[in-house]
Design a protein around this ligand. Structure first.
Ligand SMILES: Nc1ncnc2c1ncn2[C@@H]1O[C@H](COP(=O)(O)OP(=O)(O)OP(=O)(O)O)[C@@H](O)[C@H]1O
Ligand SMILES: [Mg+2]
Length: 285
């Protein structure tokens, strides 16, 4: 396995610079599509493990009393479109909170997460990520180290020759030795009951297996907040339970995008709806 991780290193995946996906996409965690107004960045962290204990008050890491994540008056129109997709969207994720975001297909939920992570540049408005106002790619580069982002399309997160390498990729990038990264990867896989997939290639897994493996890539990292985009897609009941347990155990604040309202009700402390480019509250039950 060490040799395989060495192979990853040789191909540049373990360097400080995130690698390119074989398909030409951002590899570590980035967008499946080349955004039209990119900041040009990568999501530095692929996940999380340590409980977030900053329940209100000042942020120990940044010293600011900003929310963990917020967008204010966010405006965005895809190039070539007449209608704004986001038109004054406001959203706030406080420390110790899991916020569920739902909305119709195409309402802009994934786009909002991409903008929040700095993968697409908004036309206007304000983004705060990890307690830090992000106005430039430089700001996002720092803030994204605190973010674990489960992309809606998990194919963009599994690109190595084995799942173990995929999960070890993030820790390897943060400077862990290969054996340390491997141990962390096994532990993350074990938390989700996926040890048996360690040697498998992500391309040959089922949709649900891929989703959980991508989640392991996120949970292995030491981050402070999570973006989860449709985490229950493709999961059966048993896998869904493992996801819920893993989220409960990691105790991280999260912005969870989903159409699965029963799931959102189980894991989130608050809910909101994206509609007509703006965000409104919806009742919890
Ligand atoms: N790169 C792009 N260029 C142009 N239009 C795009 C691009 N990416 C997404 N869109 C369009 O923007 C709209 C919002 O897409 P987005 O993926 O954010 O929706 P969503 O709310 O996440 O939907 P779903 O619930 O299906 O995941 C859709 O109509 C989509 O077709
Ligand atoms: Mg989406």
């Amino acid at each position: 396995m060490t040799r395989r991780l060495s192979g990853v290193e040789a191909s540049g995946h373990c360097s400080a610079q995130p690698a390119k996906h074989p398909g030409g996409q951002v590899a570590a965690t980035g967008s499946a599509e080349q955004p039209e107004k990119p900041f040009g960045g990568q999501v530095a962290g692929r996940g999380a493990k340590q409980p977030e204990k900053l329940l209100g008050g000042q942020d120990a890491a940044t010293g600011f009393a900003e929310p963990l994540f917020a967008v204010e008056d966010l405006r965005f129109t895809y190039r070539g479109k007449d209608t704004p997709l986001l038109n004054g969207a406001d959203l706030r994720l406080e420390r110790g909170e899991r916020l569920g975001l739902t909305g119709k297909n195409g309402s802009g939920k994934s786009t909002l997460l991409h903008i929040g992570a700095g993968l697409i540049k908004a036309d206007g408005g304000r983004v705060i990520l990890a307690g830090r106002e992000c106005a430039s790619e430089k700001d996002f580069v720092v803030a994204r180290r605190s973010l674990g982002y489960l992309l809606q399309n998990t194919d963009d997160m599994l690109f190595c020759s084995s799942i173990l390498e995929d999960v070890a990729f993030g820790p390897c990038n943060t400077g862990l030795s290969e054996p340390e990264a491997e141990r962390a990867a096994y532990a993350a896989l074990a938390r989700l009951g996926l040890e048996h997939l360690a040697e498998r290639n992500g391309r040959n897994l089922s949709g649900g297996e891929r989703k959980l493996a991508a989640l392991a890539c996120v949970l292995v990292m030491n981050v402070r907040l999570l973006f989860l985009d449709e985490p229950t897609n493709d999961l059966d009941d048993d896998a869904g339970e493992r996801l819920v347990r893993a989220l409960e155990e990691c105790c991280l604040p999260a912005l969870v995008v989903s159409h699965d309202l029963p799931f959102l009700r189980r894991v989130c402390t608050r809910f909101c709806l994206l509609q007509d480019g703006r965000i409104g509250d919806i009742p919890a039950a």
